[in-house]
Write a protein of this length. Sequence first.
Length: 456
Amino acid sequence: MTAPGEILHTGAAEYPGLDTWRSLTLAQQPDWRSHEDFDAAYQQLSDNPPLVFAGEVDRLKRRLAAVAQGEAFLLQGGDCAEVFDEITADRISGKIKTILQMAVVLTYGASVPVVKMGRMAGQYAKPRSSDEETRDGVTLPSFRGDIVNQYEFTEEARIPDPKRMLTGYNKSAATLNLIRAFTEGGFADLRAVQQWNKGFMDNPAHAQYQQLAGEVERAVKFMHAAGVSSDSLKRTEFYVGHEGLLLDYERALTRIDSRTGAPYVTSGHFIWIGERTRELDGAHVDYLSRVRNPIGIKLGPSTTPETALQLIDKIDPEREPGRLTFITRFGASKIRDGLPPVVEAVRDAGHQPVWVTDPMHGNNINSANGYKTRRFDDIMDEVRGFFEVHKAAGTYPGGVHVEMTGDDVAECIGGSDPIDESAFDDRYESLVDPRLNHKQSLELAFLLAESLKGVK
Ligand code: TRP
Ligand code: MN
């Protein structure tokens, strides 16, 4: 038998350096290499077909290059953490519909092409502040997401199980299959704009959407009557991305592209590095610097200009258009002071990454009744701050990254149909971070469209 970690380093021979990460500091991983099922699970993943293809990944990079140039806008949305049991047609279509609605609000409202991306089909692993959790004197491993262990607080549920990577792969394949069917097979046809709103309740944001959808419909009908018929009205590209946290999973799903001889992570099109794992000398930065996917890096309020520049040198030494996305999550109260030095330093170094705002993660608070929540006003305020900072710096505010769902949950406070804390007991579903519900997502899209108009 081969020792764990020694097996099947797919492509390592052709691509030296692909396993350097194994000797570096590797934060936020389960302790499971000696699990009796680890080798078999890793082997199986390595043998499985890729979930996405190198050509798609390259196409996304070209789209992101256009975003970096100020010619398009990136919309990323989905759950904080996907949940195996919630991989159902209803929930997935709800999320896709919501993202399509947000996209059409932006495309029509701000006349800008939108690159659509789900935080989906692989967003299963979570970083934790502590390796262990203690309740009533019992200490167990922390919940690290469905791809590692189970949320339930029992020893059996919490012991990391490498076979869960295979379930994660299968759930991701099923999700992607539905996404491809929906977005290529007529569901995303612009003539269906009204239908995406069906099933969502009455609310000011919905009325506003209804009106916009009516205008889009008229425009599409007009084009049709005038003899303009284009496939592009019927279809849309839809990409998926997730945090590249669990390196055993990402490594096992890395493939060498036969056209270019270069390695691609094939678990998703876009991979980001979290705020907690972006150590310059750490395993995550090293590994993702060696694959060809477009890479995101989350930047929190402690980010210095030097760190941002060093990360550029590590991940994007060639300054390749579309390669690097900085996703800033400073918090509403810190963005206006904290972000400018970072943006200015990057700008002055002559680099043009995609700049994205994540207005969620810097705005966590605890509600009086014990829930992790966010104020909708803070989220909107961080978005406004993001536009202000980029306007002042002369850089392009290229996108938004949100935790959202198509469901009518109550997890974030506020909005035009205000959610308050009393709704949490009934309609708070997230096991991790609070998400925008359908209405709040649409409302945010309208604010974004207004703000973007000011940029054009
Ligand atoms: N293909 C175009 C695009 O993706 C137009 C389009 C088709 C579209 N379906 C859509 C735009 C759904 C937004 C939402 O932008
Ligand atoms: Mn989160």
